[in-house]
Design a protein around this ligand. Structure first.
Ligand SMILES: Nc1nc2c(ncn2[C@@H]2O[C@H](COP(=O)(O)OP(=O)(O)OP(=O)(O)O)[C@@H](O)[C@H]2O)c(=O)[nH]1
Ligand SMILES: [Mg+2]
Length: 248
């Protein structure tokens, strides 16, 4: 497979008219399959520096304040955005290239605004997403109760075979926790989606969440005919760390 260099995020867009798959790559034309997966056909130089073999779009969704931006910053930069909460306006993205079983997988990660008033902006981006990380905040019951509505929205606007993973974020908070891990697990089972708790603050399971999704997408795209299907929840269960220990 040929290689390409990843174009460095970060970008942002606040209008539904600016397609997530078009203008963000600084005018570079990259061959795209009908499902939107990017397979670069030949090496080319870009202004960033990292080669990749295959690219996918991942979207972070969930209520305002659940920690979507913090999760992305933790994953991309290994840091926690402490201090005052600055709500995302519209939509924003960052790129990261992961090495998945020897294949360089570029994730273009879209950080959406959780606020209701930006919902129509977010809707325009669903159809291009290969995976969705759906977050709630374990200290905020309303954000958990809204998961069903988010899933309805996902079914309405996203591709039918989109990979969805439910994340209970802020697992580092103990005293103000309202949603138990078991409740998250139960809900995820009900809807047939993989689940884990994360913390953008401590780093708990953050890399795992993105890695697991990248592995699933890579397996779907590059599976050999006799290779067994990748079991996402099994992989997550094996690799997942519980609250009380930190993984970054
Ligand atoms: N304790 C703790 N606080 C967190 C964590 N993740 C985010 N926060 C805090 O929660 C607040 C909201 O985080 P954001 O990442 O901005 O939330 P968001 O989901 O991007 O919100 P919108 O952009 O409005 O949709 C901030 O004050 C963060 O510092 C976490 O894992 N643990
Ligand atoms: Mg945000």
């Amino acid at each position: 497979m040929s290689r390409k260099k990843a174009v460095k995020g970060k970008g942002s867009s606040n209008t539904p008219n600016s397609s997530p798959s078009s203008d963000k790559e600084k005018g570079k034309k990259v061959p795209t399959q009908s499902n939107g997966v990017v397979h670069p056909s030949r090496p080319s130089l870009s202004n960033s520096g990292e080669f990749y073999d295959i690219a996918f779009k991942v979207m972070l969704v969930g209520d305002s304040g659940v920690g979507k931006t913090c999760l992305l910053v933790r994953f991309k930069d290994g840091a926690f955005l402490a201090g005052s909460f600055i709500s995302t306006v519209g939509i924003d993205f960052r790129n990261k290239v992961l090495n998945i079983d020897g294949v360089r997988v570029k994730l273009q990660i879209w950080d959406t605004a959780g606020q209701e008033r930006f919902r129509s902006v977010t809707h325009a981006y669903y159809r291009d997403a290969h995976a969705l990380l759906l977050l709630y905040d374990v200290t905020n019951k309303a954000s958990f109760d809204n998961i069903q509505a988010w899933l309805t929205e996902i079914h309405e606007f996203a591709q039918q075979n989109v990979v969805v993973m439910l994340l209970g974020n802020k697992a580092d908070v103990t005293h103000e926790r309202i949603v138990k891990r078991e409740e998250g697990e139960k809900l995820a089972k009900e809807f047939g989606v993989p689940f884990m708790e994360t913390s953008a603050k401590s780093g708990l399971n953050v890399e795992l969440a993105f890695n697991a999704v990248a592995k699933e997408l890579k397996h779907r795209e590059m599976k050999e005919p006799n290779e067994p299907k990748f079991q996402l929840q099994e992989y997550v269960n094996k690799e997942m760390k519980g609250v009380g220990c930190c993984r970054s």
